[in-house]
Design a protein around this ligand. Sequence first.
Ligand code: NAD
Length: 476
Amino acid sequence: MSDYPELAMYIDGEWVGVGDRRVHQVLNPATGQTLGDLPLAKAADLDRALDAAARGFKLWRATPAADRARVLKKAADLMRERVEHIARIATLEEGKTLGESRIETNVTANWLEFAAEEAKRAYGRVLVRPTGHRHMVLKEPVGPVAAFAPWNFPVGNPGRKLAAPIAAGCSVILKPAEESPNSALEVLRALIDAGLPPGVAQVVFGVPDEVSRHLLASPVIRKLSFTGSVPVGKHLMKLASERMLRTTMELGGHGPVIVFDDADIEQALSIIAPHKYRNAGQVCVSPTRFYVQEPVYEKFVRGFTEIAQSLPVGDGLDPATRMGPMANPRRLDAMEAFIGDARQSGGQVLTGGERVGNQGFFWKPTVLRDVPDTARIMNEEPFGPVAIMNPFKDFDDAVGKANRLPYGLAAYAFTQSSRRAMLISDAIEAGMVAVNNVMIAGADAPFGGVKESGHGSEDGPEGVEACQVIKSVSMA
Ligand code: NAD
């Protein structure tokens, strides 16, 4: 396919192609057809990447912050210029609509730009000491970072994983998801074209467990940054603990949405229903468990179901499409199992609940109601286009329901009372809360969870700080 660039890894400033390596076939989820063959790293490739990252760190930490910032800023500009090309690749690989891919590419450019600005603000402190004494608190780059990015934001996840370490003066070895490699490589290409020196960023692909074990065991690596599921996150934390690595863990969620009886229901529906089906629900902050106060429950469920039924599902390249396919066949199997179990547990399927056709990996926008807490889907992250509706009685009932899971990533609430808005945002156990809107992310806003949804933040000043260590220096 001519507009799909050849796949390769990037190690020590060189592109590394398939050669005699194992390959992974990258599929277009809208058609099931192969887009290209992706080389998978051998142990020797990973060792080369580690050597290059060690050298790249020495070079980059000594590079003035203003120069690091210039590279990131230029890369952001290049991504904006290339938005159509990058968005098309993201849609081909991941399935989301072209409109979503365009937004994602521009938002990623914003993250690179914000990180560029933060690169210049690694301010420390000078403590008050007697004449002839100085005591300084300095921020230094943590060192080479091993980063693992999933496929659901094929441009955005790699963008975040590269921007913060590069801003802080670290080198990085990134393993993006094997499902969406060229989207990640487009971010890298923008950085290279903006002047990023060899050795500062390497991008490798491979068998995920082989790559993470190899990299995290190396004394070169000083930090792990992972976005993905809770079970894989826990596994990687154990590996990281062997070497006491710094960690940023952005794991799954099970977003509760609390709709109070004083909410503007029409407005709430127009905001939250499209947000649910964004990227076919394959979003860690996706709204999933809808708790609606009894007096407005039936109205909300009816309105939501109508919107779900009206969404055109199809190839993300088609401008008429509002929801694309699931990113891979594993998600279809997961949806079958979740919906079957919810039905057996007594839940009702109001719309959807099945695959669309047998070409590509499409699943209908789905609404379930009255699903008991014992059903799997009420406890495990469905990561798909499923909204689950249940009623609640009063404030405490809603809070109890929202906080009952070990997840704590994103939560949403709708109410016209400012007092309720304040109380609910205080009571919810989540890293991010949106009231009467869904805009929880932004280049300047910290993104991350609590409880088993992980720890540490990406984006905002906190994202760059997470790639720094503190050194306290006293002089007399
Ligand atoms: P998965 O748990 O197998 O993988 C999730 C991600 O982790 C993938 O990108 C994968 O390449 C990577 N991974 C898996 N094992 C790894 C290892 N040993 N070392 C390093 N990386 C490893 O699941 P999946 O089928 O790819 O995705 C489905 C689940 O993942 C969802 O149910 C969801 O919970 C979670 N997920 C979360 C996010 C998020 O943004 N937090 C993104 C994508 C997937």
